[in-house]
Design a protein around this ligand. Structure first.
Ligand code: R5P
Length: 307
């Protein structure tokens, strides 16, 4: 097994490597004077099972780095190349919902496969169906066990798990089943990109502790509106969790001013120190990814991680 990392989330890659008891393979990543990226794998990967760890959150250079690393590993005769993409960027652009738009999620899948990846590992796609965009095997992991472990240690009863929109209902049901609780749902409208409006709260939240899980927090608009709506409907303690901490634009200001007990995010993307606030806690998906990598390498069942 050989673990390689791009520059997008080196701390997570180091953490995964530590858990697997494997060193990260030496890689040189430099820039030409005009900004063009150059990569070189500094060790022999011939015949090895190579895992390249790189989330593809913006900037787009992260995707280019991933593609170049896959290409370098393939051309250096790695036996198998697995792209480990903890956050799959461009995943929201998954259909043609307006005339003349690109389907970015499919394009990225094509690029990763064309570069030479033999399989992909990722965590909490924006939509599960993205798996079908790949003609190579995909191991789609859930951060749910990481969050459930944490929330089991809190006494959240009586609990209602609130889906932040219709698309999050299945995820909410998964949390409710494991933590023991009811579900409720926010009826959300998106008048424009990154603008969220709550139309209605479906279900009973009054006097209950509420947990709102989501796949990502980008500008924080969805979460802020959901928290305000359930607070107005009488929610007691409110907990928030999301896998991908994109935290762009006004996210930190919005979230740090919300009446919530905890905001739990993971380290699929790096959250810089200046974006931390007291209610925020970061849980690591390193253990989850390390186990998935180990199981893939040993040809064991990855789904057993979630049983
Ligand atoms: C919605 O479909 C997603 O699950 C997230 O709720 C959404 O993308 C978060 O975006 P923002 O934080 O900008 O509202």
């Amino acid at each position: 097994m050989m673990l390689l990392s791009g520059t997008a989330n080196r701390p997570l890659a180091e953490n995964i490597a530590r858990k697997l008891g494997v060193g990260l393979c030496g890689v040189t990543i430099k820039r030409f004077a005009d900004g063009e990226i150059f990569v070189r794998i500094d060790e022999n990967v011939r015949g090895r099972d190579a895992f390249i760890i790189q989330p593809t959150a913006p900037p787009a250079e992260n995707i280019v780095e991933l593609l170049l690393l896959i290409d370098a590993a393939k051309r250096a005769s790695a036996a198998r190349v697995t792209a480990v993409v903890p956050y799959y960027g461009y995943g929201r652009q998954d259909r043609k919902d307006q005339p003349r738009v690109a389907i970015g999620a499919k394009l990225m899948a094509n690029l990763i496969a064309t570069a030479g990846a033999d399989r992909l590992v990722s965590v909490d796609f924006h939509q599960h169906q993205l798996q079908a965009f790949f003609d190579i095997p995909v191991d789609h992991l859930y951060a749910l066990p990481v969050f459930v472990d944490h929330f089991r240690r809190r006494n959240l009863s009586p609990l209602v798990v609130v889906a932040s929109d219709v698309g999050a209902a299945k995820m909410a049901r998964g949390y409710a089943r494991r933590l023991g609780g009811e579900i409720a749902m926010i009826d959300k409208r998106r008048p424009a990109h990154n603008v969220a409006e709550v139309v209605n709260v479906v279900g009973e939240v009054e006097g209950k502790n509420c947990l709102i899980p989501d796949d990502m927090i980008d500008t924080g608009g969805t979460m802020a509106e959901a928290v305000k709506a359930i607070k107005e409907h009488g929610a007691k303690e409110i907990y928030v969790c999301a896998t991908h901490a994109l935290l762009s634009g006004p996210a930190v200001e919005r979230l740090s001013n919300l009446p919530v007990s905890e905001v739990m995010l993971t380290d699929t993307v790096v959250v810089p120190e200046e974006k931390h606030w007291p209610a925020l806690q970061i849980l690591s998906v390193a253990g989850l990814l390390a186990r998935a990598i180990r199981y893939i390498h040993d040809n064991e069942s990855v789904s057993s991680l979630f049983e």
